[in-house]
Design a protein around this ligand. Sequence first.
Ligand code: DGT
Ligand code: CA
Ligand code: CA
Length: 571
Amino acid sequence: MKNQFVADILYMIANLLDLKGEIFFKTRAYRIAAQTIEALDEDIEKLVNQGRLESIPGVGEALAKKITELVQTGKIEYLERLKKEVPTGLIDLLGIPGLGPKKVAALYKNLGITNTQELREAANKGELRTLEGFGEITERNILRGIQLREKTSGRVLLNVAYEDGTRYLTYLKRCKQIEKINIAGSLRRMKETIGDLDILISSKNPETVMEYFVDYPEVAQVLAKGTTKSSVLLNDNLQVDLRVVEEKSYGAALQYFTGSKDHNVTLRGLAIRKGYKLNEYGLFDKNTEKYIAGKTEEEIYKKIGFPYIEPELRENRGEFEAAKKKKLPNLVGYDEINGDFHVHSSWSDGSDSIETIASVAQQLHYSFIGITDHSQSLKIANGLTEDRIQKKLQEIKTLNKKFPNLRILCGTECDIKTDGTLDYSNKILKQFDFVYIGIHTAFKMDKETMTKRIIKGMDNGQADFVAHPTGRLIGKREPYEVDLEQIIDTAKETDTRLEINSFPDRLDLDDTHVKLAKEHGVQFVLGTDSHSINHLDFMIFGIATARRGWLEKKDILNTYSLKDIEKILGA
Ligand code: DGT
Ligand code: CA
Ligand code: CA
């Protein structure tokens, strides 16, 4: 966990040095070290304690000293000094998508811009386009970047909240005074970004529980502490709200604090029509105030006339109507996935060998793993040329003998070129067990051209799956312009499956698009887009998105038996 923290600080130093206009190789050293530490399997604290920091490639004596200082004291004197030399607002500007240190430095030097407000005003007045290296497009992108950041500001990606929540729960469960405990709020609904974490507990001894809650070692600040409600801020700035309730209200409170707010408002209305009153303490008779239910969520939904509704469905997107008609989906389970279709190996830009990936896949009890390296024109990602494909196929053939209970499938993530042709000839594509196609360059096409480009790729006859169909990066890059309805129709016609990319920054397709595509009869695949074995665990976030998109087991190829998958793909 500390690794990311150390890496972030090193990136920050690099950015500040860039802002100050330092020479290139100095900042480069910090960035390379940050990247390495981010991807490191070992705990950085352990390396510090054993004095082994300099064994990390790119970390020399000076840097090792700074990292040691950071791990031991929580800060770096050098960084504190740097921060004083650069206006603080500029550091904040670096967080706007599309703005790097060079551009920020230019804005400061030429227009005296030191914060977002000034930047927005200057962009709206058309002043940015006058600067060297800027233009109308840059100006527009900067305005979009500001909007994008505002939309997600103060929220964290699902995986961050999930990991924080899991650790906090493990800690809390050691407290003997706790009877029941659950995550509630948007994390229980597995939303793609999380504003704050909500935890619910039932206990006869709330004071002790609250003491224990605020004593958690990762707490940076206690925001409020009472007997029924407390809030803390964790070291990574995520807020956590805790409520402690009596057992007879536990189900009602869990239902209430799980949300969503829209779902709750509708449910409360439905309760009233049945002569009840619903709040976080229970379900009551509207007239006599008599307690009717509240111990479990099930009994509350049942009394109001519904079956249990899974948290991922509670977004007021038709779940009540579907439940009334007995048409609620039987959601795909978190344990029903037999493998991962989207994994990069060290043959292209992944950091692990196919053998290492296969052995982790085996530990995950997968029956298959799809290795999808990049195609030849993506030179920056070390895309595979034809002769390297042959060698890779050979390696996979050999490895398959070594892993009798796992089928390693040789796939590709083939680039769709700007004219819609694919990056390999059909003759080459036929040699793969399956083919993903995807956009990796020229994101800024107009909607019609981009839609035609992707459809042409899907029409090629060799494409099995479309990777990350909209290309968005949550909080960092808007989806490219594309007519998704047309993509969905083509997917249906050509029997091409759409991916739910499970990498937490992507979750692409998103939940609402998944639901839409399913309603049009489209089928799906899940892929983590792993570039390291540490990413293979991201599968859970893809499954969550599938569940939020109302998918059942049969909608997702990854749940099929290996035999059926081989038959469908002709692999
Ligand atoms: P977040 O934290 O922004 O990612 O989203 P939530 O859904 O976790 O929202 P949060 O933490 O503000 O509140 C947790 C739940 O409590 C929310 O999902 C529903 C419930 N809740 C909060 N405020 C209200 C309210 O004014 N009315 C109703 N019906 N429910 C509320
Ligand atoms: Ca919340
Ligand atoms: Ca909350």
